[in-house]
Ligand binder design. Structure first.
Ligand SMILES: [Zn+2]
Length: 414
């Protein structure tokens, strides 16, 4: 077995890591022998069953799919003579920093990925590696491929260019979300949710965090690494979490709950604008430049809509991205809220199970005293219903107000 430091800090199970190390080791042998290896449509009869050109990484949100994909890419292009994925050579470091010329990391933010982006991916995949042995294409959010986009990609996945490896990633617990034609041509690697201990260890090893804080963030994020990292380092996120958990207390006090929900949504909208507006502005400028519109202003905006419709398409995409941002943030807030009712049920039952929000035990104990177990179950049910509504494009404020109404009913507050 080869060593590989780029995988050291992954929370993925040893079997997954070994699969990737073995594949990268075989890829290196293929490159060294100068052969075509398992090239062009020949993956099934590869000289070594560990290797294939097309991969599909799936796992629940936050399980570390992208991190695993990036580590795999580093192992593939690594130039250390003894280790695959040494973590020290220029290729490993460039890959991890997203500056490697042969590693293309595509992270579409749109709700659906269209055919235009897929054509660039196909072109990218067709190019030969320039500074290393392999060209690696990592495509995030592959579950959002439209059918035409998936079909455009199909041939590349089916018969990848000799020196190209393509990794599709999807935040899914179920590969059914990926077009069956694509899925069937990839080797599937499932990255499960890491344990709270694993997330704690990763946060501590990244530095700047006390172990207790790391463990609390890991627990209250349900093993979602990205959320835990965000929570432990970002005060705004900590405040939002406190506010949403406090909502469970405000339900006893009528109007205050509706006000809290309103300010929660306003806060998220503000963050959305702060986060996305600079990016949107950049995209618009880039498009205007490419359309030969040097100057900017109201008139330009309108004229472009009339001519190409490209600006309109960009605006549509930006709007979709805003919708997604808002929806994702509210969904995460509701997951936090569900945690406090689950904790109250744990407290009520006296079960020896770790709490999702161990720092809020006072609150979950109060809920367990004041609300019946049936009521707490109704609360969880109400939250699940609201999460479904967000999937159906109901206005956030309407869905959240309806949630407050249902929670009040479950509490039997009159
Ligand atoms: Zn290396």
């Amino acid at each position: 077995m080869s060593n590989s430091r780029v995988f050291d800090n992954l929370a993925s199970p040893p079997a997954v890591v070994q699969t990737l190390i073995d594949a990268a080791t075989t890829a290196r042998q293929i490159a060294r022998d100068g052969g075509a290896g398992a090239g062009a449509g020949d993956a099934g009869t590869a000289r070594d069953s560990t290797f294939t050109h097309s991969w599909l990484f799936t796992g629940p949100p936050g399980s570390g799919r992208s991190v695993a994909a990036r580590a795999f890419a580093a192992a593939l292009v690594c130039s250390d003579p003894d280790e695959v994925g040494c973590g020290r050579c220029e290729h490993c470091r460039a890959t991890l920093a997203d500056t490697h010329g042969d590693v293309v990391f595509i992270q579409p933010h749109e709700l659906s990925i269209g055919i235009d982006l897929m054509r660039t991916v196909v072109d990218d995949a067709a190019r030969l590696p320039t500074v290393s042995n392999w060209r690696v294409i990592i495509l995030e959010n592959a579950d959002r491929l439209t059918e035409p986009a998936g079909n455009a990609l199909l041939k590349t996945v089916e018969e990848p260019p000799e020196r190209t490896i393509i990794i599709l990633c999807a935040p899914s617990t179920d590969p059914e979300d990926i077009m069956v034609t694509l899925r069937s041509r990839c080797r599937h690697v499932y990255i499960p949710t890491p344990t709270i201990e694993q997330v704690t260890r990763i946060l501590v090893s990244e530095g700047g965090v006390a172990e207790d804080d790391a463990r609390l963030a890991a627990a209250s994020s349900g093993g979602h690494i990205g959320r835990a990292r965000h929570l432990v380092h970002n005060q705004k996120v900590q405040v939002r979490r406190a506010n949403i958990l406090n909502l469970s207390e405000l339900i006893f006090h009528g109007d205050q709950a509706f006000q809290a929900v309103n300010s929660l949504i306003k806060g998220i909208e503000k963050e959305m604008v702060e986060t996305l507006e600079p990016l949107e502005e950049q995209e618009r400028e880039k498009l205007e430049t490419s359309l030969g519109m040097g100057s900017r202003g109201k008139g330009v905006h309108k004229a472009l809509q009339g001519t190409g419709g490209q600006l309109k398409a960009l605006e549509d995409n930006q709007k979709k991205r805003r919708t997604r941002f808002l929806r994702d943030a509210l969904d995460l807030a509701l997951i936090d809220l569900a945690g406090i009712y689950r904790d109250a049920l744990v407290v009520a039952s006296g079960a020896e199970v770790g709490l999702t929000h161990p720092d809020m035990e006072g609150l979950s104990t109060e809920l367990a005293t004041k609300v019946t177990p049936e009521g707490l179950l109704d609360c969880l049910d109400a939250i699940n219903k609201s999460r479904e509504y967000f999937g159906q494009n109901v206005r956030p404020v309407v869905a959240m107000d309806a949630l407050v109404g249902r929670l009040r009913k479950a509490y039997k507050v009159r």
